[in-house]
Ligand binder design. Structure first.
Ligand SMILES: *Cc1c(COP(=O)(O)O)cnc(C)c1O
Length: 354
């Protein structure tokens, strides 16, 4: 009889929430679909795709559009099937069996998951009680563990907190022999703190970006890795040749080429988040024992510490509102103004009855 090996025999498929919700604020997606004009543009380019042909293996056009949008050198960019694929490729190829990678807690769960699949040793660094990162302690931890790689999200999903450039530079400079993977999935929501424009200064760094959040394209699965030419060449050599498809490439190229559209879209999300967060803070003043802490978000979601996570999560579900629950915490992405108003109403109704 065929037996699955130990590392996969007890795994379950990743279960994102599915089903029909009136309001979906569980996955930090953009709350806006493409507008009418952009939808027409996208339909036009999709109708011109050569469906019988393999896609461009190097994703030249989307990389060019991405490079223009962020003022980067095209030669330092690799496209992936979502940044998830890039995380998987990096952790499997840049590390050898039993090498050590350092992840942080709390942080994005996929980092440790892929490492365990690739038989890489994971050492978890604990953040402070207030969920901030003590950078000196982190650096010492990586040195003590002889880490070959360090990966974390900045700003962080789920804590919504950011580590500023001064701190990130210190990490990069203090760990010259360690590959530092900076996942900047949410950096579009935090102005002037990205390390993208400094990537040329570091030969031990990979920055990950995604089209799934501020760019509003979670459906088509595309992310980018930005790194030195040496690392980029290695990434392009190990990825599967046709990892991003022609339809996604055409759509990403179209949307990212419109800087005006991207800026308006991002700023609208930021505006909604600020309003939403302020309203949650007002609710916290009324119910400080329920909403123990609302973290100062530099992302498109709010992270809340509450002992009532389970009951609030379940009641929101009954109202057909999907949010994300962690033990002792709730994470709610910003929606449209209409959705946020509805969420706040329901949240107050639930909390007032606790
Ligand atoms: C959402 C998210 C991503 C995006 O992954 P894709 O595969 O590009 O959709 C990556 N990292 C973090 C921390 C995220 O929250």
């Amino acid at each position: 009889m065929y037996e699955l090996n130990k590392k996969i025999s007890n795994l379950e498929p990743y279960k994102a929430i599915d089903g029909d919700y009136k309001i979906r604020l569980d996955a930090n997606e953009s709350c806006f679909n493409l507008d009418e004009t952009m939808l027409q543009e996208v339909s036009k380019v999709v109708s011109k795709v050569a469906f019988n042909r393999y896609p461009d293996w190097s994703a030249k056009e989307p990389i060019k559009a991405f490079a223009n949008l962020y003022s980067l050198n095209e030669n330092l960019i690799t496209a992936g099937n979502g940044s998830d694929e890039l995380i998987s490729i990096i952790e499997s190829c840049f590390l050898e069996t039993n090498d050590t990678i350092v992840t942080l807690s709390n942080d994005f769960s996929m980092y440790a998951f892929y490492s365990s699949l690739y038989e890489v040793n994971v050492e978890v660094f604990q953040k402070e009680k207030d969920l901030t990162i003590n950078v000196d302690k982190l650096i010492q931890f990586c040195l003590d563990k002889n880490a070959k790689a360090l990966i974390f999200s900045n700003p962080c999903n789920p804590t919504s907190l950011g580590l500023d450039k001064v701190e990130v530079r210190k990490i990069l400079k203090s760990l010259p022999n360690c590959l530092v993977i900076l996942d900047e999935a949410y950096m579009d929501f935090w102005k002037n703190q990205s390390m993208l424009e400094e990537i040329q200064n570091y030969d031990n760094c990979i920055i990950l970006k995604t089209c799934s959040k501020a760019l509003g394209l979670a459906s088509i699965r595309m992310g980018f890795a930005i790194a030195s030419e040496k690392i980029t060449n290695a990434l392009k050599s190990v990825k599967s040749p046709y990892n991003t498809d022609s339809v996604s490439q055409a759509i990403v190229t179209t949307v990212l080429s419109d800087k005006f559209y991207v800026d308006i879209h991002t700023n609208q999300i930021i505006e909604n988040l600020i309003e939403f967060k302020n309203d949650i803070l007002k609710l916290q003043e009324k119910y400080p024992n329920v909403l123990e802490e609302v973290y100062p978000s530099v992302t498109n979601f709010v992270f809340i510490k509450t002992p009532y996570d389970e009951i609030i999560f379940n009641k929101m579900f009954e109202h057909s509102i999907a949010i994300r629950r962690f033990k002792g915490y709730l994470r709610i992405s910003t929606g449209t103004k209409y959705e946020n108003a509805e969420v706040l109403n329901v949240l107050e109704e639930i909390i007032s009855k606790l």
